[in-house]
Design a protein around this ligand. Structure first.
Ligand code: SF4
Length: 437
């Protein structure tokens, strides 16, 4: 039974609605295109101001087809469920959760789907292809993400991982699956500068400074990750459509390393779900799989210790997350560590804070953060494990480093790392924006 204002109820009565859609319908005449937001017992339809009830009903039929599609797909507990997908996108930040997620996902997916898999890392620094040193991410994070993927059998794509994204930027079409399938890729927002330059120069429509992104307006995530990840995914989808001659939407499985214990929001996510926000009714349907949703932080570190796959030495300094060095959601403790480890980067941020006359975090200026005790500065280099000779990423203060499998200690022994840390959207690509046709 649909309860909606007349005449919308009459128009919607002509649409083939799923039986289980027994709820109240709210019509909001605000958006340019019809949308559909489903909450328990409430469907919110945002409609263009000029739409007639019949136009609205027809447009919503496409959205409702997605509802039916979402309900029809088997989940990870069903044998062969992965065969449903044309494209599998594994998002990695290079952090601890990402490497465990990558390992678990690839262990659970058969080799037969490798030719549908891409691993993607999004870069927030200046273009590394121009030899720029990072100041947003920690040193060697993209390289570490590639090493972690390689250790799971996914090699770096051509052009040091940038070939596909460079073709996209050149507005050229992909000509074959061999350009992307079973490979690790980088992508980056097409912007002359890095994320801090964006913070410093972004303006509102009236020309006044936009100011820092906040927890409520995370444009750092939506523009540098969500939009870029969506564009990369759609670029691959176009090649798949051409190759397979698809007349239906491309079925995409996106895999991320979110864990339930990170936050209430992540606890509320289902380990497998259909993403209305990431899907477009005609071009792609996107499902989200969180293979380590049930894992605790100690379990993640135990997995890394057993694997021998390198993690970033920034964790050894006590950082709870491998996000942007200076994150708008960073805890006071993490920011104090960053002030010690990367004083030049923090000085750049404080300068922007001064120029914008806007505190970096609500009621917490970055200038007020005192560096944590300990050695100032931080850099990394690659070494070989003395026991098994695999590559490991080490602090430059170390001349020898064992891989996690042969290290006598590691961040898994740091008591300060227990307990939840502020969640980051490092791997979140489609969360903050609505569906795009
Ligand atoms: S790590 Fe923090 S600053 Fe960086 S994109 Fe994510 S939320 Fe924004």
């Amino acid at each position: 039974m649909i309860h909606a204002p007349a005449p919308f109820a009459r128009a919607l009565a002509g649409v083939a609605l799923p039986d289980w859609l027994d709820c109240k319908v709210e019509i909001r005449r605000r958006r340019k295109t019809p949308g559909l937001i489903i909450e328990p017992n409430l469907v919110t339809i945002a409609a263009p101001p000029a739409a007639t009830p019949q136009e609205l009903a027809e447009a919503l039929a496409g959205q409702l087809r997605m509802v039916l599609t979402a309900a029809s797909v088997p989940g990870p507990s069903t044998p062969g469920w992965y065969d449903h997908f044309d494209l599998i996108v594994i998002h990695t930040s290079g952090g601890k959760d990402s490497q465990t997620m990558l390992r678990r996902a690839l262990a659970l997916l058969p080799a037969s789907v490798r030719d549908r898999i891409v691993v993607l890392h999004l870069v927030l620094d200046k273009d590394p292809q121009a030899g720029e040193e990072p100041r947003i991410e920690w040193q060697q994070v993209p390289e570490l993400a590639a090493e972690q993927a390689a250790r799971s059998g996914i090699g770096l794509a051509a052009g040091d991982g940038w070939a596909v994204w460079n073709l996209h930027r050149a507005k050229k079409k992909l000509t074959g699956r061999s350009q992307w399938a079973g490979q690790m890729h980088y992508a980056r927002r097409d912007f002359d500068g890095d994320l801090l330059d964006d913070f410093a120069t972004r303006c509102k429509r009236d020309g006044s400074p936009r100011g820092w992104a906040t927890i409520w307006t995370r444009y750092c995530t939506s523009d540098w990750k969500t939009a870029v990840g969506r564009a990369f995914t759609e670029y691959i989808c176009a090649q798949i459509r051409a190759e397979l001659g698809l007349t239906r939407p491309v079925r995409v499985l996106q895999i991320m390393g979110f864990r339930a214990e990170e936050s209430d929001d992540r606890r509320d996510r289902a380990p497998f779900s259909f993403s209305f926000k990431a899907s477009a009714s005609a071009s792609r349907h996107v499902w989200e799989w969180l293979p380590i949703h049930d894992m605790t932080k100690p379990e993640v570190w135990a997995d890394i210790a057993a694997s021998g796959v390198p993690y970033h030495p920034a964790y050894d300094e006590g950082l709870s997350r491998l996000s942007c060095r200076v994150c708008i959601q960073g805890s006071r403790r993490d920011l104090a560590l960053v002030a010690r480890m990367a004083p030049d980067t923090v000085a750049d941020y404080v300068q922007v804070e001064t120029d914008l006359n806007d505190p970096f975090q609500h009621r917490r200026p970055l200038a007020s953060i005192q560096p944590a005790p300990g050695p100032a500065g931080f850099d990394v280099h690659w070494l070989s494990c003395p026991t098994c000779a695999v590559r490991v990423l080490a602090n430059t203060r170390e001349s020898q480093r064992y891989c996690p499998a042969h290290a006598s200690t590691g961040p898994w022994h740091l008591p300060a790392l227990s307990g939840p840390a502020a969640p980051c959207a490092q791997g979140t690509l489609f969360d903050l924006i609505g569906p795009v046709a």
